[in-house]
Design a protein around this ligand. Structure first.
Ligand code: PLP
Length: 383
């Protein structure tokens, strides 16, 4: 812990704080991506990802890139020009996923909720009944609003009403902090990135793809309109490393995969249920503090609020830059707003990964203290 003493805590919704062992494991000497020392590390990471996503059959794909590349992978491999996609929109990231799908020729229908809310099952059902959708996308946690979607319930609805529709989950801000079960919930693609609740520096795009999604990809009639993102290139690579053989398409980020391996071992060393409970508990703690300060959440209710982050409106009379700077002066970095319509009106706190699972680090306590002290110093006295 001491090696990180002199830095401001990074309590934003990703990148999150990184464990020392994760950081140390990255600083290897130059290592070939087909070296006998690296191949098993990559292979084991692929296996560990199945545990984290609670899947036996799902195919992990790990590629250099950020979470955004996951949208391009979904759109380029699964959508053929002119096909219909249904995007559930609970904020900024729904807008972006829709924009990405359109680039690859999808005809996008959106079910858009008001800021702070999520589409209702009735609205989703109504939309599903209008067309035969190739796929539906769900943003599990929209990081711009802190709104949590009920992926399990939506998946059950889709299975009943439109069983051929592929179920795609943007889990960039949820994998590792929210309950997610790929096989049990019948999900076809869950995409995420390294720097949020998985606790690894930015640079990895990570997906789990169902057998059904792979079949859909294999059955497509039109060529894949991407070179780098094509699963035709990546699936053989993943299969090779998992069977402990090196193979080349594009150089994997060797050091980041060492870091991923370390983090995944840490994550899977305790039951996932415990991890989800810890995130719930810490989220409740932070949200109770926010409430007791008389501040208002961006999510309409606690029921639709994420457990790995909290989005809060500034109180009357407090300027955005003032609060963020004040909190930083107490050595904690929190984030400003992201949703375009309200960007200057709210702030966001991330509470994921080791900040949650290792309370002895006091990240949460320090964040709460920095926030309450800063508000007081700016003259806010609550209600
Ligand atoms: C952060 C985030 C993304 C984008 O991930 P990048 O790694 O920044 O490309 C996509 N969706 C959600 C829900 C996110 O939180």
């Amino acid at each position: 812990m001491s090696s990180q003493q002199n830095h401001k805590l990074c309590m934003i919704p990703g990148p999150v704080e990184f464990h020392e062992d994760v950081l140390t494991s990255m600083s290897t000497k130059a290592t070939s991506h087909v070296s006998p020392s690296f191949i098993p590390v990559f292979g084991e990471s692929i296996e560990l990802l199945r545990k984290v996503f609670v899947t036996e059959q799902g195919q992990p794909i790990v590629v250099s890139g950020s979470g955004t590349l996951g949208w391009d992978m979904v759109a380029s491999n699964l959508i053929e020009p002119g096909e219909d996609a249904l995007v559930l929109n609970s904020g900024y990231f729904g807008d972006s996923f829709a924009a990405c799908l359109k680039v690859y020729g999808a005809k996008v229908t959106e079910v858009k909720s008001e800021i702070g809310d999520r589409p209702t099952l009735q609205e989703i059902s109504d939309a599903l009944s209008t067309k035969s959708f190739k796929l539906i996308t769900i943003t599990h946690v929209d990081t711009s609003t802190g709104v949590l979607s009920d992926v399990k319930a939506i998946s059950e609805l889709v299975k009943k009403q439109s069983p051929n529709t592929l179920i795609i989950v943007d889990g960039v801000c949820s994998v590792g902090s929210e309950e997610i079960r790929v096989d049990e919930w019948n999900l076809d693609v869950v995409l995420t990135a390294s720097q949020k609740a998985l606790g690894v520096p930015p640079g990895l795009s990570i997906l789990i793809v169902s057998e059904r999604a792979i079949q859909t990809f294999k059955d497509r009639k039109s060529p894949i309109p991407s070179y780098y993102a094509s699963w035709a290139h990546w699936l053989p690579i993943m299969n090779a490393y998992e069977s402990r053989k090196g193979m080349y398409f594009a150089t994997p980020p060797v050091q980041l995969i060492y870091a991923l391996n370390t983090s995944l071992k840490q994550i899977t060393s305790t039951p996932l249920e415990t991890r989800f409970e810890q995130h719930k508990k810490v989220s409740d703690q932070i949200k109770s503090v926010v409430e007791s300060l008389g501040l208002q959440f961006v999510p309409k209710s606690r029921e639709v609020a994420a457990n790995g982050m909290t989005a809060v409106y500034y109180p009357e009379g407090i300027q955005p830059a003032d609060l963020l700077q004040k909190v930083a002066s107490h050595n904690v970095v929190i984030a400003g707003g992201l949703h375009r319509a309200i960007a200057t009106k709210y702030f966001r706190i991330g509470h994921m990964g080791i900040s949650v699972t290792e309370p002895e680090r006091k990240h949460i306590d320090n964040t709460i203290t920095a926030l309450t002290t800063s508000l007081k110093e700016l003259g806010y006295s609550g209600n």
